[in-house]
Structures are given as C-alpha cells and as structure tokens.
Design a protein. Structure first.
Length: 232
C-alpha cells in the first residue's frame, strides 16, 4: 500500500497523541502531530499528509472549524475523533467532508485499520486505466484521474467519499441502488459505516448540483430502496 505522506494527528490530548504515534510507527507509518488546529492548514501545505486524524473537541478552534478550513483547500482524507454518542458531531463532520469517524475512547488497532482502509480507497480511486479517465452521464462528466466533477464547464472538486459515491451512481445511471449496495461500493466490506453516512453524503452532492437548475435533481431518492442517478 502506498503511503507517501505522514499521518497527521491533530488533538490537544498529549498522551493520546503519543500513544497513536507510538502505535502507528510500529507499523512503519510516519507521523506528525499538532496540539491544536490553529496551524493545521500551514502544516498540511508543508507536509502533504496522506491522512489526517482530527479531534472534534479542542479548545480555541474546534475540529469542525478546522475541517471547514481544510476542505477549502485540500481533499486529504480526514478521520474525525468524536465523543462517544455525539451523533451531531458525526453528522456535521460528514456534511463538511470527513471521510470517517471514531468515537473516543478507541482502540489504536481500530484506528490503524481505518487509516489503512482510507488509504486503500484513495489508492483505488487513483489507479485508473488510460482509457477509463471519465464517466459521462446526464450531461455531467466525472473525471476519474483528477477526481473532479465537470458541470456546465465548471470544475467541482469532490471530497474522496463524495467522489466514490457519485462514481457508483453515475456508473449505474437510471438504476436504483440500495443503501447496502452503495455501502459496498463506497466503503470497504469490513467497515461498518455510520447508518446515516449515505444520506449525509447524498445531501452534500445535491448541494453541489443545486446551483445548476438542469442538474439539481439528478440524484433521486427511491423511497424504500435507496438512490438513483437520473441519466436521461
């Protein structure tokens, strides 16, 4: 598995940072840490991390604010750390472009598994054959190599999870896909996604298409089943 940049851990808990660093480095991951999100954007620019592990509850600038800053410039995968049972933080994080989440306290082994899963998904998105560089459906173009959606000549950068979800929908345009089918296409089989993850990411994609009247209703809800991309 490719792992060019370090795993960046942003958390105000020093003991947790040290624990995660020690565990990940045992498995040959390079790491970097920040005690707050104040210098997150500058650090990401300089380090180009492969994955970001970001705590929600931090003094000063919380993790959701930091995630907003990150997503204005980067599509680096982000795993959010949330307080146990805080569903609101998970939903908002997904809406802002988080790729995964974990509730504290957590087992470092599970965090390692989720980091590897995120890297596998990102790597699989990047490994495309030369003759399969785009999916075209309903007047939209999804550029697979650059991970951008082209709408009326505008290029829209997509977060990794939204990209994989839209790819699955456009590749099966005019066919209703169940939530379970989309889960299998978007997430690894061994990853138990939050049960509202699909709905949250669908909402995010719809918001990206909303400014374009001809395409605002491309993603249709099929009640009792799942979702369908309308290619016609």
């Amino acid at each position: 598995m490719k792992n060019n940049g370090p795993v960046l851990i942003i958390d105000d808990d020093q003991k947790l940072r040290e624990l995660v660093v020690e565990y990940l480095e045992e498995y040959d991951f390079s790491t970097a840490t920040l005690p707050s999100g104040m210098k997150a954007v500058e650090t990401i620019r300089s380090l180009n991390p492969s994955v970001i592990v970001l705590d929600v509850m931090m003094p000063g600038k919380d993790g959701l604010e930091v995630l907003r800053d990150i997503r204005t410039e980067f599509i680096t995968p982000v795993i959010m750390l949330t307080a146990k049972g805080e569903d609101t933080d998970r939903i908002v994080g997904l809406e802002l472009g988080a790729d995964d989440y974990m509730a504290k306290p957590f087992n470092p082994r599970e965090l390692l598994a989720r980091i590897k899963a995120v890297l596998r998904r990102v790597e699989s998105c990047g490994e495309r054959k030369a003759d399969a560089t785009a999916i075209r459906a309903g007047g939209l173009i999804l550029n697979l190599s650059r991970q951008v959606l082209v709408v009326d000549q505008d290029e829209i950068e997509l977060a990794p999870t939204e990209f994989r979800l839209l790819k699955a929908l456009m590749a099966h345009s005019d066919r209703a896909l169940t939530r379970d089918e989309l889960m299998d296409m978007v997430w690894d089989k061994d990853f138990a996604a939050y049960d509202r993850s699909i709905d949250v990411h669908i909402s995010k994609l719809r918001s990206q298409l909303k400014p374009y009247p001809a395409h605002a209703k491309r993603i249709r809800t099929v009640w009792g089943t799942g979702y369908m991309f309308m290619g016609e």
